[in-house]
Design a protein around this ligand. Sequence first.
Ligand code: HEC
Length: 112
Amino acid sequence: MKISLKTIIAGGALAAIAALAIAAPAADNWENHCAKCHGADGKGQTKAGKKLNVKDYTDAKVQSEFSDADIVKATTSGISDKAGKEKMKAYKDELSEAEIKEMAGYIRKFKK
Ligand code: HEC
């Protein structure tokens, strides 16, 4: 096959799209995986968030109650209540370790 400049450009664009699909920016991951409950603004004032009683991540006191490691652990393995009922699912199959680490930074930015 004769490789034309067009082919190279098209290939490059495809590779860029593939890379995006593998590692989405934290904002996109938040929107796609977390905002339904925690809210786009991190306040948790969504229908699901209110029902599940999620915390307000703009509240400095709430932010002081967990460490970055806690965020990574909660997002990786999910959260269950004392009876073992799942409150939030584990995201280890949907997000990479690096993406989960980024979520910690993203959550911190909600703090007012
Ligand atoms: C189905 C709703 C739902 C979705 C979607 C969801 N969460 Fe949660 N999340 C919860 C609930 C419920 C809790 C526990 C709240 C509590 O009991 O304090 C929680 C707790 C957490 C905690 C522990 C700190 C805390 O608030 O107690 C972190 C960190 C967290 N979620 C991050 C995320 C991230 C990051 C995503 C997306 C990858 C996400 N959550 C998606 C419902 C959800």
